[in-house]
Write a protein that binds this ligand. Sequence first.
Ligand code: SF4
Length: 66
Amino acid sequence: MTLTAVIDWDKCEGNGICARVAGEIFTVDAEGNSDVILHEIPDALRTKAMLAMRQCPTKAITVSEA
Ligand code: SF4
């Protein structure tokens, strides 16, 4: 089982919260384009990944085991 994060770009408003909460996993550039930069999230970053998912105001982030 691998923990992965996915961003729904239709919902993302590019505010950069995820990158501030979990910069190891998410990036958001100056134009507000977000991306997942760590595709297999290790256990040590699980809490941060979940926090970013909860703090995303548009619910654009899904973190799940795949
Ligand atoms: S926190 Fe959510 S809305 Fe903000 S940049 Fe990240 S994915 Fe997009």
